[in-house]
Design a protein around this ligand. Structure first.
Ligand code: PMP
Length: 315
């Protein structure tokens, strides 16, 4: 059996505890109704082999607190104390490789009514070892799903709300069964929204284009970073509605997000994109991203929180 990627300690009910002791009741509201919100944060092992570089930790903390606000969750955390709690768990786990950190907020009451107000809320965090989960060097196969992205006035996709990931799961299963790696969802207006767990960019005639934050997408932190890289590199960018047929005419296309990192797209619905290998703008932006997270570039240094767990433990 493969070794568990789960790291030894979790944060649960206000304390750092062994992962196996972080358990909840089967009657928990969030388990019944999906009334939770989560974050996905990556920590990269620096080129020095010791430091863990956490990418845009304060931004992830802010987005989780915003998602919590949508859920009317009351938590005794602000952005700084939430980020500090995440760092404490990284120090306790002292990882020796790349990690994925999963903080989540959930309605912890054992309660039958599907409502948001007046319930108990908790924060829990766990971590696992995680490398690339889709090949980021070669192109991936994408397909447009028949499942439509949940509109903001049904379940707001700009929050990372647990229950809304059923929508992602339906789309992902559908396209995987057709032999694709990742889904592209259209919104109720028929415009391109995003992947099942990532944002989407196209390049057409040298312009980097992505759907607007009012297009039923998650306000992706990697998306925002790539828009910044492009504008700093002098690459024109657009955030606007994208038609399905534009997908097929793109010179380059890629998914991005914390988990997927950067995944160039080789084909959409079986139609090749560009010449089937990562295009020059995709490759340029990807290289900037990986140089930052691996500590090989000081550019955007303010986006990286450096944690040196083994040094902290020895102190
Ligand atoms: N959209 C969805 C639906 C996602 O689950 C994710 C992953 N968090 C993203 C986009 C990318 O967001 P980020 O870059 O903040 O990870």
């Amino acid at each position: 059996m493969a070794a568990s990627p789960m790291l030894a300690h979790a944060y649960f009910e206000g304390q750092i505890v062994p992962f196996g002791e972080a358990k909840i009741s089967i009657g928990t509201h969030a388990l019944q109704y999906g009334t939770g919100a989560f974050a996905g944060i990556r920590g990269y092992l620096d080129a020095d082999g010791e430091t863990i570089n956490i990418f845009r930790l304060p931004d992830h903390a802010t987005r989780l607190l915003n998602s919590a606000k949508l859920l009317r969750a009351n938590l005794p955390f602000d952005r700084e104390s939430l980020a500090d709690t995440i760092v404490s768990l990284v120090e306790a786990n002292a990882p020796t490789g790349d990690v994925y950190i999963r903080p989540f907020v959930y309605k912890s009451s054992v309660q039958l009514t599907p409502r948001l107000k007046g319930m108990d809320d908790e924060l829990a965090i766990y971590m696992l070892s995680l490398g690339d989960y889709l090949d980021t060097s070669q192109g991936v196969k994408a397909a447009v799903a028949s499942w439509v992205r949940i509109p903001d006035n049904a379940i707001p996709g700009r929050g990372k709300l647990s229950g809304s990931y059923i929508n992602s799961a339906l789309a992902k299963d559908e396209v995987e069964e057709k032999g694709a790696d990742e889904a592209i969802l259209l919104n109720t207006a028929g415009k391109v929204s995003e992947g099942s767990g990532c944002n989407l960019f196209l390049v057409r005639d040298g312009v980097l284009t992505t759907s607007p934050i009012t297009g039923d997408i998650l306000e992706g932190i990697t998306r925002r970073s790539f828009l910044q890289f492009a504008s700093d590199e002098g690459i024109p960018t657009e955030q606007r509605e994208i038609d399905r047929s534009e997908l097929y005419l793109a010179d380059e296309a890629f998914f991005c997000g914390t988990g997927i990192q950067v995944a160039p797209i080789a084909s959409i619905d079986g139609r090749p994109i560009g010449n089937g290998v990562p295009g020059p703008i995709t490759a340029r932006l990807r290289d900037i991203f990986f140089a930052i997270v691996r500590g090989q570039s000081d550019r955007y240094g303010h986006w990286v929180t450096h944690v040196r767990p083994r040094v902290a433990v020895a102190r």
